[in-house]
Design a protein around this ligand. Structure first.
Ligand code: KDG
Ligand code: MG
Length: 402
């Protein structure tokens, strides 16, 4: 099953997406997501200039060997650009293998472990009132799990609070916009949001929150402790995770479940977090963590330590990544939850897909492969537009994590 073509497609139906399409001599094609928000063209070049020339002529059936060739064979390993490129190849090859076997990808992985994939949506508002209204709206839509983010008094803007409530897109400017951050104001406000949410909606709905890498371990311990009465499903990215052992301190201070890892690219970014049971959910997903092949490895290690999956699913991860993730989620024994931020209608038209939403779950569909394709003609109508994620500064001007 010789690979005869591998084409990189860049399209911007509202936001940028990078897709790799691999074709075999039998005429079977598979696609993989290679989108890296705000750094898209670096992955395009890495694929076109460095990986594709080595891919042509290989046997598409040898997914593991091809993965190892590009990972071990690079000498310069890991990192988001390289791993997104490897992920795109890997996802496209799993798509091809499943199509050749005439099976939905979940069957090839070992079969379905569950009927539906529980997802969480994003409710956000400028203040507590507006966030409550949004949570109510998501409940009406049937969601069983909802992430709640809220503006903080005295801060002009913050992560997770969007103009367009259904289609949040943080990469909003031709050059990075600047946000201002105050840890003290944030820590004072967020427990009030969750007190109000539990008061209004009770304890049946799962509530989640994303700190977006903005606290120190001891601050995260305090927030986790303050939120304990409100029983969060998880507190996400409380601290930047370059220092894995830093999470020991967070863990010592709170029983609020912790989620981490949307920016991890390999198992080496989280092996200590997993083996020391410092987190409860691992957020790695198909596109940024080396594809299905590597994600399986991370999930298997996590399973050993009672840690569940919670794949990243923001809008910058294309429908191709979401489709592949849903097959993975349907199979993986230690599934926790899947993030689901809806893509715009224009994006959905460019990427026709088999997955559907009902009753708070996503269903991958039964189409052979991962069930997502790309309409190349339509894609070509939306040329690339440079867009950066914001940066963050403390109130005194010091650069901070966004
Ligand atoms: O590109 C950055 C986004 O993917 C990120 O800000 C979204 O943190 C995020 C989340 O949890 O969805
Ligand atoms: Mg996040």
């Amino acid at each position: 099953m010789k690979i005869i073509d591998a084409k990189v497609i860049v399209t911007c139906p509202g936001r940028n997406f990078v897709t790799l399409k691999i074709t075999t001599e039998e005429g079977i094609h598979g696609i993989g997501d290679a989108t890296l928000n705000g750094r898209e063209l670096a992955v395009v070049s890495y694929l076109e200039d460095h990986l594709v020339p080595c891919l042509i002529g290989r046997d598409a059936r040898q997914i593991e060997d091809i993965w190892q060739f590009f990972y071990r064979g690079a000498y310069w390993r890991k990192g988001p650009v390289g791993m997104a490129a490897i992920a795109a190849i890997d996802t496209a090859l799993w798509d091809i293998k499943a199509k050749a076997a005439n099976m939905p990808l979940y069957d090839l992985l070992g079969g379905k472990s569950r009927e539906g994939v529980m997802v969480y949506g994003h409710a956000n508002g400028e203040d507590i009132e507006e966030t409550c209204d949004e949570v109510a709206r998501y409940l009406e839509l049937g969601y069983k799990a909802i992430r709640a983010q809220c503006g903080v008094p005295g801060m002009p803007s913050t992560y997770g609070v969007a103009q367009d409530k259904m289609f949040y897109e943080p990469a909003d400017a031709d050059l990075p916009s600047e946000n201002i951050w105050s840890t003290a104001k944030y820590l004072n406000h967020i427990p009030k949001l969750f007190a109000r949410l539990r008061d209004q909606f009770g304890f049946d709905v799962h509530l989640l929150h994303d700190v977006h890498h903005r606290l120190t371990p001891i601050e995260a311990g305090r927030l986790g402790k303050d939120l304990e009465p409100y029983r969060l499903f998880w507190l996400e990215d409380a601290v930047t995770a370059e220092l894995q052992e830093g999470f020991r301190l967070v863990r010592q201070h709170t029983t609020t479940p912790l989620a981490l890892g949307e920016i991890f690219t390999t198992i080496y970014d989280c092996h200590q977090l997993l083996s020391e049971q410092l987190i409860d959910y691992i957020r790695t997903t198909v596109v940024h963590a080396g594809g299905i092949t590597h994600l399986k490895r991370i999930a298997s290690l996590a399973e050993l330590y009672h840690i569940k999956t919670g794949c990243h699913g923001a809008t910058d991860l294309s429908p191709v990544c979401l489709g592949a993730a849903l097959h993975f989620d349907s199979w993986v024994p230690n599934f926790g939850i899947q993030e689901y931020m809806r893509h715009t209608e224009a994006t959905d038209e460019v990427f026709p897909h088999a997955y559907t939403f009902a009753d708070g779950n996503l269903y991958p569909g039964d189409t052979p492969g991962h069930g997502v394709d790309i309409n190349e003609e339509l894609a070509s109508k939306y040329p690339y537009q440079r867009a950066y994620l914001p940066v963050n500064r403390l109130e005194d001007g010091t650069m901070f994590n966004w």
